[in-house]
Design a protein around this ligand. Structure first.
Ligand SMILES: [Zn+2]
Length: 149
């Protein structure tokens, strides 16, 4: 199980968990001390269970809605997505560092920003859309004979 998560806050300022780009709010505390968090998206019932700051259980199904992030985190993600597409020669890791630095300067803390590894796959997938599916060397292209003039 991917156990990477980041502490965050809900739009109402309550402590929340950012997990796979989804925000989970505290639902209840179990008698054994574990904490159940539920996806904050309306009508989504996905839960994750935390004990000693580790995810020990998730109810398994995939979130089938768009990630719902706090507005300022959403803004960073949009900025990253845009730059991944426009600054095609910049490494994604460098773009991430610059954008997070900017966020830190404006907001004082990057505590709500998911760690790089959480967003890496998303950002790489976005950049991949710009590239041809497989790099093709010109010399490796064979022209079917019926295409000759
Ligand atoms: Zn959900």
């Amino acid at each position: 199980m991917n156990a990477n998560f980041t502490w965050s806050t809900t739009e109402r300022g309550e402590k929340a968990i950012l997990y796979n780009n989804y925000v989970y709010g505290l639902r209840r505390e179990n008698q054994n001390g574990s904490l159940v968090y539920i996806c904050t998206f309306k009508s989504c019932s996905r839960t994750i269970t935390l004990k000693d700051n580790e995810i020990i259980k998730s109810n398994g199904t995939t979130d089938n809605h768009d990630p719902k992030l706090p507005e300022n985190v959403q803004a960073v993600l949009s900025g990253l997505k845009r730059r991944v597409l426009t600054d095609i020669n910049e490494p994604i890791g460098k773009i991430y560092e610059e954008e997070v630095k900017k966020f830190r300067r404006d907001n004082g803390s990057a505590g709500l920003i998911p760690i790089y590894s959480t967003w890496k796959t998303t950002l790489y997938n976005i950049r991949k859309t710009l590239l041809p599916p497989t790099p093709t060397l010109l010399s490796s292209i064979t022209v079917p004979s019926d295409m000759y003039l």
